[in-house]
Ligand binder design. Structure first.
Ligand SMILES: Cc1cc2nc3c(=O)[nH]c(=O)nc-3n(C[C@H](O)[C@H](O)[C@H](O)COP(=O)(O)OP(=O)(O)OC[C@H]3O[C@@H](n4cnc5c(N)ncnc54)[C@H](O)[C@@H]3O)c2cc1C
Length: 388
């Protein structure tokens, strides 16, 4: 339980040490195995890392948004599989229960998610509901005290290993868009639900992603999050608003790590009788990357503080996600360049793995285009202009 600054500083030091001394030496093995070894998962459980954002009343650390992003900056200075293993519990996998669950639902699931005994995930996306997230085709028909779900979810992070799934389904037939949608908490093993094989992906080896299928899946009515039908999209938007900030921080850590690796390389690699880090064209890439990392950190911390003051951060959180994810892509590209040919060869450097891992950031939890549209819509609204 975090009570004061000293304890928080100790947590930051603990994360830093775990990332440097336990995780970095394992990154190649995680890439090769395609999974995070159980011994490391157990360590993460013992350290309480699964419960960062879950309130203390339910066994978590109850970090503020500012504390959460500061921890995320540290944890994500590593290959993405590390933070993805705990990240659904500290974000999209538990947050619907945290913000809108009934007291009974919170008591039932959150303590076991906080310890990492249960892994959560968010199953929103479908084949026809990607950027258009309200175009949900999965249906949930009420029959007595159960709902019968039919449909499928696509691209669900941690689905192959998750124990509990936050699922959005259409409960009011004939509706479209965000109305008539209900959020459910569904346990693995519920009859009629199954997960697909993990996909083969561009990157993020060790972070499994798959489809989820519902075939006459019988879900108890008591699993409707908050107990209310028809308000599921509002719940999911609350989850995603916080998650945008969390993810922005998780986009920044890899940029910091990549720049560290690239600077280290350019201080060792000799060409033309000196280390390549002496050349000003190399230093320009260091300057641009460091400046952009600083900008991302500043806007993320500023927005996290505003959220902790209960201010509306819809616009700034969207700007953070857009900027930090695009920034990380630019830094990754420069770092490959600073490594030269070695940046392209997995046998010579981890940079090509990072380059592939971070490409996803600009795609999920709102593509860059969706955030551009959202930012423009909110800014124009502030200026009294109506947008389409
Ligand atoms: C590895 C991975 C993990 C994921 N994890 C999860 C998860 O845990 N849970 C979950 O629910 N989802 C998850 N997703 C889904 C992810 O959020 C979606 O892929 C994303 O929202 C984009 O949807 P889409 O793939 O259908 O792309 P599309 O919506 O088909 O977009 C295709 C292109 O069109 C552009 N576009 C779409 N609409 C517009 C518009 N109006 N104006 C301009 N351009 C537009 C997009 O920006 C994009 O460039 C994951 C995806 C991946 C790949």
């Amino acid at each position: 339980m975090i009570k004061n600054k000293t304890q928080f500083d100790a947590l930051i030091t603990d994360i830093r040490n775990f990332v440097r001394f336990r995780w970095h030496p394992m990154e190649d093995e995680v890439e090769r195995l395609g999974e995070v070894p159980e011994v490391l998962v157990q360590e993460l459980r013992r350290k309480g890392y699964f419960g960062w954002s879950i309130p203390q009343a339910y066994g978590g650390l109850g970090l503020t948004t500012e504390e959460l992003v500061l921890c995320a900056f540290e944890l994500s200075q590593a290959s993405v599989a590390l933070r993805a293993r705990v990240g659904t519990n500290t974000g999209i996998g538990s947050e619907a229960l945290v913000v809108d669950g009934t007291e009974e639902q919170k008591q039932r699931w959150l303590p076991r998610m906080a310890t990492g005994e249960l892994t959560g995930c968010l199953a929103l996306t479908e084949p026809e509901a990607g950027s258009e997230a309200t175009n949900i085709q999965t249906t949930a028909r009420k029959e007595g005290d159960v709902y019968i779900l039919n449909g499928m979810k696509r691209f669900i992070t941690n689905a192959p290993l998750a124990d509990v799934f936050t699922v959005l389904a259409r409960t009011e037939f004939g509706t479209s868009g965000s109305v008539g949608l209900t959020a459910f908490l569904i346990e693995r093993g519920t009859p009629g639900m199954r997960t697909g094989e993990p996909y083969r992906k561009m990157g993020q080896s060790g972070s499994p992603v798959s489809d989820v299928y519902f075939e006459d899946c019988r879900v108890p009515a008591e699993n409707v999050i908050g107990g209310h039908e028809g308000v599921g999209f509002k719940t999911i938007m609350k989850v995603l608003n916080k998650q945008r900030l969390h993810l922005s921080a998780l986009c920044t850590g890899p940029a910091i790590r990549m720049l560290d690796l690239a600077i280290d390389h350019t201080q060792k690699r000799n060409q033309f009788g000196q280390v390549v880090g002496n050349f000003q064209l190399m230093q320009a890439m260091v300057a641009d990357s460091q400046t952009e990392i600083f900008a991302a950190k500043s806007m993320i911390v500023e927005t996290a503080r505003a959220r902790d003051r209960d201010e509306d951060v819809s616009l700034s959180a969207s700007m953070c996600k857009y900027f930090a994810s695009e920034m990380c892509g630019r830094v990754a590209d420069r770092c490959v360049q600073m490594f030269g040919g070695s940046g392209y060869i997995a046998d010579f450097s981890p940079i090509e793995r990072y380059f592939r891992d971070v490409r996803l950031f600009r795609l999920y939890e709102g593509t860059s285009q969706i955030h551009q549209l959202n930012i423009a819509k909110l800014v124009l609204r502030e200026h009294g202009k109506v947008t389409v």
